[in-house]
Write a protein that binds this ligand. Structure first.
Ligand SMILES: Nc1ncnc2c1ncn2[C@@H]1O[C@H](COP(=O)(O)OP(=O)(O)OP(=O)(O)O)[C@@H](O)[C@H]1O
Ligand SMILES: [Mg+2]
Length: 272
């Protein structure tokens, strides 16, 4: 369980003070696939960085499986439990080959070379990059680099994976295959996934959607429930999934369609 208890966070101080998180109470449960959705500047990345102790709250506490991120001695354990993947894969890749890059974390854990080899092969397979072990990371596409970054996070055998806008640099096909990889990690490997995004089309795969606005959680529920009232979401700058927009237009011109549509597949089925 990742718990945020009354967490606030400010950047800067005095006149320059910016409140990025404002009294957040939130529990991410084991096994969940949660999406945190919010417009630019709503505090998503700040929230992500609190989940593995890269940032420590100005007020309140973040507790991961009973370990507080305020406890210096527990931070190492927290970071092992909570893997992070960021928006820009270039900033996350450090080695000159894919396999060395993935080995970096496990080597720091002091693992046996055999075990490291096993984890490299295993994680590359999971993300569909098994043929790229010897490749130079800088020669890969954005989507491939993002997969290597995920493999690197997985090589630490995290219990939780927090993914901050990992699809924002990918084309539609790249994003959709990244999202299905995340879904599989959740379903087949039991990894708790927190996918942070500003793209509403990504909510359909989630069990739970949390909407962030100006550093506060303003909605928390299953995707269809959260997207029942579109006006409120539009008002804070959260987009509406494309399929839903089309459905709403069709309803406006008299077609009888359910309002709960979130994906193109659902729209096509309803139309058929
Ligand atoms: N290093 C920083 N120094 C000062 N202010 C910051 C810093 N990082 C973020 N902020 C401010 O904190 C608020 C939340 O920023 P954050 O990056 O968490 O938002 P976000 O939802 O991730 O935005 P985006 O969608 O653009 O990635 C914003 O007002 C931002 O300007
Ligand atoms: Mg961000």
């Amino acid at each position: 369980m990742i718990q945020l208890n009354n967490v606030s966070f400010h950047y800067g101080k005095d006149k320059e003070k910016i409140t990025a998180l404002n009294n957040i109470d939130l529990t991410i449960n084991e096994g969940e696939f949660a999406v945190i959705l919010g417009p630019n500047g709503s505090g998503k990345s700040t929230l992500a960085r609190h989940m593995n102790g890269l940032l420590i709250p100005s007020q309140g506490e973040v507790v991961v499986d009973g370990l507080s991120t305020r406890d210096q001695d527990a931070l190492w354990q927290v970071r092992q439990k909570v893997g992070m993947v960021f928006q820009n894969p270039d900033n996350q890749i450090i080695a000159t080959s894919v396999e060395e890059d993935i080995a970096f974390g496990p080597e720091n854990l002091g693992l046996d070379p055999k075990e490291i080899r096993k984890r490299i092969d295993e994680t590359l397979k999971i993300v569909g990059m098994e043929n790229y072990a010897r490749h130079e990371p800088h020669m890969l596409s954005g989507g491939q680099k993002q997969r290597v970054a995920i493999a690197g996070a997985l090589a630490m055998r995290p219990k939780y994976l927090v993914v901050d806008e990992a699809t924002s640099m990918l084309d539609p096909e790249g994003s959709s295959s990244m999202l299905s990889t995340l879904k599989q990690l959740n379903k087949n490997y039991g990894i708790t996934v927190v996918n942070i995004t500003h793209i509403s089309d990504e909510v359909a795969l989630a069990d739970r959607v949390l909407v962030l606005s100006e550093g506060r959680i303003i909605k928390d529920g299953p995707p269809r429930e959260v997207f029942s009232d579109l006006d409120e979401l539009k008002a804070i700058g959260v987009g509406v999934p494309k399929a839903r927009l089309i459905a709403e237009e069709l309803i406006a011109v008299g077609l009888k369609l359910p309002r709960a549509i979130l994906t193109i597949d659902e729209l096509v089925n309803a139309l058929c």
